[in-house]
Write a new protein. Structure first.
Ligand code: ZN
Length: 164
Protein backbone atom coordinates (compact mmCIF):
# COMPACT_ATOMS: atom_id res chain seq x y z
CA UNK A 1 0.00 0.00 0.00
CA UNK A 2 1.27 3.42 -0.92
CA UNK A 3 1.55 5.87 1.91
CA UNK A 4 -0.71 8.88 1.71
CA UNK A 5 1.87 11.34 2.81
CA UNK A 6 5.51 11.35 3.67
CA UNK A 7 7.39 13.47 6.10
CA UNK A 8 10.34 15.46 4.84
CA UNK A 9 12.62 13.50 7.20
CA UNK A 10 11.39 10.18 5.80
CA UNK A 11 12.17 11.27 2.24
CA UNK A 12 15.60 12.55 3.27
CA UNK A 13 16.27 9.20 4.93
CA UNK A 14 15.28 7.33 1.75
CA UNK A 15 17.48 9.51 -0.42
CA UNK A 16 20.45 9.49 1.92
CA UNK A 17 20.93 5.81 0.97
CA UNK A 18 21.75 6.70 -2.65
CA UNK A 19 25.39 6.18 -3.51
CA UNK A 20 27.56 8.51 -5.53
CA UNK A 21 27.81 6.61 -8.86
CA UNK A 22 31.47 7.57 -9.20
CA UNK A 23 32.50 6.75 -5.65
CA UNK A 24 30.23 3.90 -4.54
CA UNK A 25 31.54 3.93 -0.96
CA UNK A 26 29.89 7.26 -0.16
CA UNK A 27 26.31 8.47 -0.45
CA UNK A 28 25.08 11.68 -2.02
CA UNK A 29 24.19 12.82 1.49
CA UNK A 30 27.73 12.19 2.75
CA UNK A 31 29.09 14.13 -0.22
CA UNK A 32 26.90 17.07 0.75
CA UNK A 33 25.04 17.05 -2.55
CA UNK A 34 21.60 16.40 -1.09
CA UNK A 35 20.51 19.85 0.10
CA UNK A 36 16.85 19.68 0.96
CA UNK A 37 13.42 18.23 0.31
CA UNK A 38 10.46 20.57 -0.14
CA UNK A 39 6.98 19.15 0.17
CA UNK A 40 4.02 21.09 -1.22
CA UNK A 41 0.59 20.48 -2.76
CA UNK A 42 2.29 20.03 -6.11
CA UNK A 43 4.47 17.22 -4.85
CA UNK A 44 8.00 16.72 -3.76
CA UNK A 45 10.97 18.79 -4.85
CA UNK A 46 14.50 17.60 -4.22
CA UNK A 47 17.24 20.21 -4.08
CA UNK A 48 20.55 18.91 -5.28
CA UNK A 49 23.86 20.70 -5.60
CA UNK A 50 26.27 19.15 -8.11
CA UNK A 51 29.82 18.66 -6.94
CA UNK A 52 31.14 19.70 -10.32
CA UNK A 53 28.88 21.36 -12.83
CA UNK A 54 30.23 19.28 -15.68
CA UNK A 55 29.95 16.05 -13.76
CA UNK A 56 28.21 13.44 -15.93
CA UNK A 57 27.18 11.59 -12.78
CA UNK A 58 24.50 14.17 -12.00
CA UNK A 59 22.10 12.67 -14.58
CA UNK A 60 22.56 9.24 -13.02
CA UNK A 61 21.95 10.63 -9.52
CA UNK A 62 18.78 12.39 -10.67
CA UNK A 63 17.48 9.12 -12.15
CA UNK A 64 18.39 7.26 -8.94
CA UNK A 65 16.48 9.80 -6.86
CA UNK A 66 13.37 9.63 -9.02
CA UNK A 67 13.35 5.82 -9.14
CA UNK A 68 13.92 5.55 -5.38
CA UNK A 69 10.96 7.86 -4.78
CA UNK A 70 8.82 5.99 -7.32
CA UNK A 71 9.49 2.72 -5.50
CA UNK A 72 8.24 4.40 -2.33
CA UNK A 73 5.09 5.43 -4.19
CA UNK A 74 6.04 9.05 -4.78
CA UNK A 75 5.40 9.88 -8.44
CA UNK A 76 5.10 13.64 -8.40
CA UNK A 77 8.72 14.35 -7.61
CA UNK A 78 11.21 16.55 -9.37
CA UNK A 79 14.88 17.29 -8.91
CA UNK A 80 16.07 20.88 -8.96
CA UNK A 81 19.74 21.69 -9.27
CA UNK A 82 20.86 24.41 -6.91
CA UNK A 83 24.09 26.12 -7.93
CA UNK A 84 24.24 28.76 -5.22
CA UNK A 85 25.84 28.46 -2.79
CA UNK A 86 28.26 26.44 -4.87
CA UNK A 87 29.26 23.05 -3.58
CA UNK A 88 32.52 23.00 -1.74
CA UNK A 89 34.63 20.15 -0.52
CA UNK A 90 34.01 21.62 2.97
CA UNK A 91 30.63 19.89 2.86
CA UNK A 92 32.38 16.54 3.00
CA UNK A 93 32.75 15.29 6.54
CA UNK A 94 36.03 13.91 7.88
CA UNK A 95 34.42 10.44 7.85
CA UNK A 96 33.59 10.90 4.18
CA UNK A 97 37.18 11.90 3.41
CA UNK A 98 38.44 8.81 5.27
CA UNK A 99 36.13 6.63 3.17
CA UNK A 100 37.60 8.19 0.03
CA UNK A 101 41.13 7.40 1.20
CA UNK A 102 40.20 3.77 1.96
CA UNK A 103 38.69 3.61 -1.55
CA UNK A 104 42.10 4.72 -2.86
CA UNK A 105 41.26 8.34 -3.65
CA UNK A 106 43.26 11.11 -2.04
CA UNK A 107 40.78 13.44 -0.37
CA UNK A 108 40.77 17.19 -0.96
CA UNK A 109 43.51 18.90 0.98
CA UNK A 110 41.94 22.22 1.75
CA UNK A 111 38.71 23.80 0.75
CA UNK A 112 39.23 27.03 -1.07
CA UNK A 113 41.97 25.74 -3.32
CA UNK A 114 40.78 27.02 -6.64
CA UNK A 115 44.54 26.97 -7.03
CA UNK A 116 44.58 23.21 -7.75
CA UNK A 117 45.70 24.32 -11.18
CA UNK A 118 49.02 25.10 -9.57
CA UNK A 119 49.50 21.85 -7.73
CA UNK A 120 52.86 22.88 -6.36
CA UNK A 121 50.95 24.67 -3.61
CA UNK A 122 49.02 21.56 -2.70
CA UNK A 123 50.49 18.74 -0.70
CA UNK A 124 48.71 15.62 -1.86
CA UNK A 125 49.09 12.57 0.32
CA UNK A 126 49.29 9.10 -1.27
CA UNK A 127 46.22 7.11 -0.11
CA UNK A 128 48.29 3.90 -0.07
CA UNK A 129 51.48 4.75 1.83
CA UNK A 130 50.62 8.26 3.12
CA UNK A 131 53.77 9.73 1.60
CA UNK A 132 53.46 13.36 0.56
CA UNK A 133 56.19 12.85 -2.03
CA UNK A 134 53.73 12.72 -4.93
CA UNK A 135 53.52 14.28 -8.35
CA UNK A 136 50.75 15.32 -10.71
CA UNK A 137 50.53 13.18 -13.84
CA UNK A 138 47.38 14.57 -15.39
CA UNK A 139 44.79 17.13 -14.33
CA UNK A 140 42.11 14.66 -15.33
CA UNK A 141 42.01 11.26 -13.67
CA UNK A 142 39.30 8.61 -14.15
CA UNK A 143 36.76 11.47 -14.26
CA UNK A 144 36.97 15.23 -14.67
CA UNK A 145 36.42 15.62 -10.91
CA UNK A 146 39.73 13.99 -10.15
CA UNK A 147 43.36 14.50 -11.03
CA UNK A 148 45.79 11.66 -11.61
CA UNK A 149 48.80 11.56 -9.32
CA UNK A 150 51.70 9.23 -8.90
CA UNK A 151 53.49 8.44 -5.65
CA UNK A 152 57.28 8.77 -5.70
CA UNK A 153 57.53 6.57 -2.63
CA UNK A 154 55.46 3.46 -3.50
CA UNK A 155 55.24 4.26 -7.23
CA UNK A 156 51.48 3.73 -7.28
CA UNK A 157 49.25 5.98 -9.39
CA UNK A 158 46.13 7.28 -7.64
CA UNK A 159 43.20 9.64 -8.09
CA UNK A 160 43.08 12.90 -6.22
CA UNK A 161 39.63 14.37 -5.63
CA UNK A 162 40.15 17.96 -6.67
CA UNK A 163 38.88 20.50 -4.22
CA UNK A 164 37.02 23.64 -5.03
ZN1 ZN B 1 52.52 5.87 -2.01
Amino acid sequence: MVKESYLREEILALLSEIKDPEIPVVTIEEMGMLRDVILSDKGCEILLTPTYTACPAMGIIEQDILSTLKEAGIDNAKVTMVFAPAWTTDWMSETTKEKLIRFGIAAPVHSSCSNWLSPKNVEVKCPKCESTDTKLISQFGSTACKALYSCNHCHEPFDYFKCH
